[in-house]
Design a protein around this ligand. Structure first.
Ligand SMILES: Cc1ncc(COP(=O)(O)O)c(C=O)c1O
Length: 386
């Protein structure tokens, strides 16, 4: 029998990297900011823009206040507005759909692929045809989401979107560090939004985000919208509508520190995922990662018909877990009026998915225990059914 580790097992771990990097390095970076006084969008944010653009191999990165800001700023740069249709995954965190709605656009929810849990390109095409046939909305943009850190089927999605004259905004808020056919998140779609919320693979200690694009023109629009639509020539002339979307400099300093260990943390996330992939019972369905792609493993998510029972069993045994997401966005109260399409796959997923501990700092003792408890549950269920 595998015994329970003495220390608690974490679902996320926002603290250990602080010890690995050394708290004194964070304090030193904060002291620098206290001394120069550029607290909002100060020099560290520009250093981070350059480092992330280089990491993603993309021309421009503009850091901003959060992942939600990043999505909204990208859509503002494309002038998304009332009368526009924006096609978005429903199996996601609410912000993916909230951003187009805040700009007055109509979200058209798209179903998921049952194996990857990401936007199903076939359902995207169906949804586009429906909106086109109705003839009331402009076909404007598509927002596929790298759910749990796993890249979407970008070739198929971009081909469909471009065929209908639409742009693709990758919601890679969970996927920074993922790789799609040799390209890192940030360089795959027309624009990409990411988040540095504390539980994300590359994280800060509050809110933060970034927009990536190869287009200088789009980047200039994002940067203008980030400060209320300010003109780059005359800071007292606001030439378009914008928002307060600047990044807090202290948070940029945190991400700069975290970047030092990011590649090692990603390797450790793959180490954890690989043990789960190979050792968890086939009783559980596992999120499929597309060929020649790498997930950033923001979460490791299985699916299981007895999800709620499994969740109680794991919690009773001291293993934290969470159902992400128990309600697809189209079924949530504020989005009810856009619940216009049948989305059976994501509705089923929301009842069966379960995310289990995934942090770079799980050791073999933690993993032996989680795997043995999961497999004990699976064996009991399979014996009962036999
Ligand atoms: C898929 C997805 N999109 C958008 C967001 C929004 O990011 P933020 O919380 O930084 O605004 C999140 C954050 O949880 C997310 O997971």
């Amino acid at each position: 029998m595998t015994s329970k580790p003495a220390k608690p097992i974490n679902l996320f771990d926002c603290a250990t990297s602080q010890k690995v990097i050394g708290q004194e390095n964070f304090i030193e970076a904060f002291r620098t900011i206290l001394n120069h006084g550029g607290y909002a969008q100060g020099p560290e944010t520009r250093e981070l823009d350059a480092k992330l653009a280089a990491y993603s191999n993309v021309k421009n990165c503009s850091t901003c206040g959060s992942g939600t800001d990043a999505l909204t700023l990208a859509l503002m740069a494309w002038d998304v507005k009332q009368g526009d249709a924006v096609f978005v995954s429903s199996f996601t965190f609410v912000a993916s759909a909230e951003a187009p709605v805040l700009l007055g656009a109509t979200p058209i929810f798209v179903d998921s692929d049952p194996n990857t849990y990401n936007m199903d390109p076939k359902d995207l095409e169906r949804a586009i045809q429906e909106v086109k046939a109705e003839g009331k909305l402009n076909l404007k943009a598509v927002i596929p989401v790298d759910i749990f850190g796993s890249p979407c089927d970008y070739d198929a999605i971009m081909e469909i979107a471009h065929k209908y004259g639409m742009k693709v905004l990758s919601d890679s808020c969970q996927g920074y560090g993922s790789v799609y056919k040799g390209k890192r998140s940030g360089s795959i779609a027309d624009m990409t939004a990411t988040s540095f919320y504390p539980t994300k693979p590359l994280a800060c200690y509050g809110d933060g985000g970034a927009v990536f694009t190869n287009s200088d023109e789009e980047n200039a629009l994002v940067q203008s919208c980030r400060v209320h639509g300010m003109s780059p020539e005359d800071h007292y002339d606001n030439v378009r509508l914008g928002m307060t979307g600047r990044m807090n400099t202290f948070q940029a300093a945190v991400v700069l520190q975290k970047l030092k260990v990011f590649d090692q943390e990603l390797k450790d996330r793959f180490r954890v995922a690989s043990r789960y992939d190979h050792e968890l019972s086939n009783y559980f369905g596992k999120q499929q990662i597309l060929p020649n792609c790498r997930s950033a493993y923001a979460l490791y998510t299985i699916n299981c018909a007895d999800r709620d029972e499994l969740m109680s069993f794991l919690k009773e045994n001291g293993i934290p877990c969470g159902a992400y997401y128990p309600r697809p966005v189209h079924t949530q109260t504020a989005y009810a009026k856009w619940n216009t399409r049948k989305l059976p796959v994501c509705e089923k997923l929301s009842k069966t998915v379960l995310s289990i501990p995934m942090t770079p700092y799980l050791d073999n003792q933690d993993l032996d225990y989680v795997i043995s408890k999961m497999n004990e549950f699976a064996l009991r269920k399979m014996n009962k059914a036999a």
